[in-house]
Design a protein around this ligand. Structure first.
Ligand SMILES: [Ca+2]
Ligand SMILES: [Ca+2]
Length: 104
């Protein structure tokens, strides 16, 4: 799912802005997932990129299942295959709604 930084980042930025460094790097605590190892990550599963993770994202995944050697929206874990591993990334985030700034 898309994310918005907590502060404006002027472009071009010389230093990398890493959301992995902490929950406070994103605008609001709902945008990142605490990985439990000191890192934070984006929520996986917004296949169509509209800022919400809902059944329409699953439906795209379902039409692409078993495709190999491709990068498609249904390849949620970005390993170039669409398998149940991708569903397993989607499922815990189903029904997640992004902040208003990233939804359309
Ligand atoms: Ca979506
Ligand atoms: Ca995959």
């Amino acid at each position: 799912m898309a994310v918005m930084s907590a502060v404006p980042v002027p472009l071009p930025n010389i230093n990398v802005y890493s959301f992995a460094a902490g929950m406070n790097y994103a605008l609001g605590s709902s945008q990142l997932k605490d990985m439990g190892d000191g890192n934070f990550a984006l929520h996986a599963g917004d296949v169509d990129g509209n800022g919400v993770i809902v059944v329409s994202d699953f439906n795209i995944y379902a039409t692409q299942i078993a495709q190999i050697n491709v990068y498609t929206g249904g390849d949620i874990n970005l390993d170039r295959t669409v398998t149940t591993a991708d569903f397993n990334k989607y499922q815990p985030n189903a029904s997640r709604i992004g902040i208003a700034q990233i939804r359309y």
